[in-house]
Design a protein around this ligand. Structure first.
Ligand code: TC6
Length: 699
């Protein structure tokens, strides 16, 4: 008998408690314990019904993901669920926290389900590149209906208890978890209620007309953008309609096995753990005391400042937004309220919630108004002199103990900190545009930033629903620093013979949300232009520097916001349209540089873009700017539209084989220029037969 599942009786009801912190995952000992406790409950003559509950903060959050990729040790989860479904006494799942993945599948194997109002249920396996492989694709449509099941299973979204009740996933909402579930079970006993086995509940699947599947599948394939698991999930659910239950389970198993062995699933599991690993800072212990953040202030009500203010308001933290003029403030507040109004119009926010959030954002015109803020984030123009002035002003008004943060995307955080008398309270908080939407938050550690400030910023990031990664202080930090050689390769390939649409097409088909030129047009080409001008004085003059981007900016074409950049955006459209004028400009630029245009293959485009990221990522690692290779992957997947199912650039390098990547980098180095000097770390790892993952594990 394992200690992670225990059985005890309350009157006529046997209570089976899963106690496997932190999230009651279905590790092998839990699966065995569930079988043992079921046997005990069925053998207990005094027991007439059973309740299954999770100890601690949640019901069962799913299979134990750490066991994936290793040989399965019996009992298999399907066998456990089957045993519960076949039980001769009614079993009630009592749900609090989250019932996810295998956890919800276990609950669906029970005869009844009750939940507390705050609970959520979901089948998020799709996000791990797999499908609910323990009958979820066959049982959920039988209780919730086919359409709702397709929606939940192909997106992985969580459903709150109230909605789960309406859908038929749970049978009742209870006020108190165990007493409520026991009372529910006692009523079943009193009513002599039937053993309601989900596998036999066929009405909803029989009522569904499969004629619509073809169109629905097309929509799933389109939305998946190359990811296999949503499509696999869809196909498995359709089997609940087209096949008898047992055959449906077999079909689910076949698709599950294929997905589980895929590189996509490995990549998504890598990102799942990488996101959590990034929260651990080796020299900042997890029990480091944090500072309370009850109020915030943002300087600058532009696109970034407004988006950051929304993050705080969304989390219920009052925030002051400072601008220099009433006009600028009104404009900024107007954009925020317009953004919220759009969300309300889409039905994703109530008017009441919008009003509450707007009520938390107070526009101010005077630095003195910031004196009580626990954190002040500067989001002004990306110019060092301006930033220094702002920080000097902040130093004189901010209360003792306030965190002073800069949203700089490239500048030296130590130089900014030096304009204050308290550099230990200064940190970089690099949000990504649009700040209210993009999950990544690069936290930049200055030489003097205190552990307490780092710990507070990491915690705050979670509070405002961001994915934080701590990075070192260098030009561009990690994300933008890696973007630089990536963008340069893309630019150079234009001069060598490619066109923007070809480069973007290759990267998008490979899975990126956007190729480099579409991304530049969206972010604003003037941003990079300003940075290039700043760096011009210090850049290597033994290298060739392409000028197409500068020429486009000189024409006043800054991308989407000016309706033209690398592409045209006519009539306010966000869809890039090829502009022959730019193609001509590129051809002439090749001529002016004395470069004979050639066919650049799609393979070359992919390798030069991807390997430029990998090589620079490795340099960030060897210099200690990133703590782990997996942190780099988190940065790219959560901040730069890199597909999570590709696992990030460093994961890709391991997947391809670091030796092969190095061989290509060396080939580029010989054929192209010194931009391709291989990172020392890659050479060392290859010489030692190790990977980035080995490097992370050794740290
Ligand atoms: C499945 O069920 C397939 C079934 C078919 C089988 C045939 N396994 O996220 P947190 C760890 S697939 C192992 O920080 P929260 C996590 O790594 C699974 N470990 O907490 C972290 O460890 P660390 C379907 C897991 O409160 C710690 O728990 N289920 C698992 O912010 C705390 O996690 C899912 O995909 C797991 N399943 O959020 C659910 N889950 O401290 C995945 C968590 O060493 N989990 N850990 O870093 C979640 O979405 C969230 O963890 C949460 C709790 C919402 C449950």
């Amino acid at each position: 008998m394992t200690t992670s599942v225990r059985y005890e009786r309350q009157g006529q009801v046997g209570v089976i408690t899963v106690d496997n912190p932190p999230v009651n995952a279905l590790s092998q000992h839990v699966r065995q314990g569930l079988l043992d406790c079921l046997a005990q409950g069925l053998a207990d003559d005094e027991t007439r019904a059973l309740v299954m509950v999770g100890a601690g903060r949640t019901f069962i959050a799913g299979a134990d993901i750490r066991e994936f990729g290793k040989p399965l040790v019996d009992p298999d989860l399907n066998r456990v669920i089957e045993a519960y479904e076949n039980a001769t006494k009614p079993v009630v799942a009592a749900i609090h926290g989250t019932a996810l993945g295998g956890g919800l599948e276990v609950a669906l194997g029970c005869h009844y389900r009750v939940a507390v109002a705050a609970a959520k249920v979901g089948l998020p396996e799709v996000k791990l590149g797999i499908l609910p492989g323990a009958g979820g694709t066959q049982r959920l449509p039988r209780v919730a209906g086919v359409e709702a099941a397709i929606d939940m299973i192909t997106t992985g979204k969580f459903v709150p208890a109230g909605k789960a009740l309406k859908l038929g996933i749970v049978d009742a909402i209870v006020d108190e978890l165990v007493p409520g579930a026991v009372a529910f079970a006692e009523k079943l006993i009193a009513d002599n209620a039937p053993l309601r086995r989900v596998r036999d509940m066929d009405e909803k699947v029989k009522a569904f007309d499969p004629a619509g599947f073809e169109t629905m599948r097309k929509a799933v394939v389109k939305a998946a953008r190359g990811q296999m698991s949503p499509v696999g999930c869809f196909d498995a659910v359709t089997a609940s309609v087209t096949l008898p239950f047992e055959d449906g389970l077999k079909r689910e198993r076949e698709i599950f096995t294929g997905l589980m062995e895929s590189d996509q699933s490995k990549a998504l599991r890598h990102i799942f753990f990488a996101e959590r690993e990034a929260l651990k800072i080796p020299d900042v212990p997890s029990d480091t005391p944090t500072l309370p953040i009850r109020t915030a202030a943002i300087i600058g009500a532009g696109t970034m400042g407004g988006g950051i203010a929304m993050c705080f308001a969304n989390a219920g933290i009052p925030v002051k937004l400072l601008e220099m003029t009433q006009d600028a403030l009104d404009r900024g507040l107007g954009i925020i309220s317009g953004n919220y109004a759009n969300t309300v119009a889409k039905g994703r926010l109530t008017q009441d919630a919008m009003d509450k959030r707007m009520g938390l954002i107070e526009g101010v015109l005077d630095y003195d108004a910031l004196s009580e803020a626990d954190i002040i984030i500067e989001a002004v123009f990306e110019e060092m002199d301006i930033k220094k002035k702002v920080f000097a002003a902040l130093d004189s008004v901010a209360k003792a103990g306030a965190i002073l943060a800069s949203n700089t995307s490239t500048l030296d955080v130590d130089e900014i900190a030096a304009s204050t008398s308290r550099p230990e309270f200064v940190i970089g908080t690099h949000f990504f545009s649009p700040a209210n939407v993009m999950p990544l938050l690069e936290l930049v550690r200055g030489a003097k930033t205190s552990n307490q400030v780092i710990a507070t910023a990491m915690k705050l990031a979670r509070t405002i629903a961001k994915v934080p990664v701590l990075v070192g202080n260098c030009d561009g930090f990690v994300g933008n620093r890696m973007l630089e050689p990536y963008g340069q390769q893309a630019e150079l390939m234009l001069l060598e013979g490619a066109m923007p649409a070809q480069v973007d097409g290759v990267m998008q088909r490979w899975g990126l949300a956007m190729g480099p030129f579409t991304m530049g047009d969206m972010a604003g080409l003037d941003v990079g232009w300003r940075i290039r001008k700043r760096r011009a004085a210090t850049r290597r003059n033994d290298l060739f520097w392409p000028t197409v981007a500068d020429q486009i900016c000189e024409m006043g074409r800054f991308g989407q916001k000016t309706k033209a950049g690398y592409y045209l955006y006519e009539g306010g459209s966000r869809v890039p349209v090829t502009d022959p004028k730019i193609e001509q400009l590129i051809v002439e630029a090749s001529k002016a540089a004395g470069i004979e245009r050639r066919e650049v293959s799609d393979e070359e485009i992919l390798k030069r873009c991807l390997y430029a990221l990998i090589n620079e990522g490795a340099k960030c690692l060897e210099e200690g700017m990133a703590i782990r290779a997996s942190d780099v992957d988190v940065i790219y997947c959560f901040g730069y539209g890199f597909p999570a199912w590709r696992g990030g650039p460093m994961f890709q390098a391991d997947l391809i084989g670091l030796d092969k990547v190095l061989a290509d980098i060396k080939r580029f180095h010989a054929a192209l220029d010194d931009r391709w000097k291989p990172a020392r770390l890659i050479e060392t790892l290859v010489a030692e037969g190790r990977s980035f993952a080995d490097y992370d594990r050794s740290r």
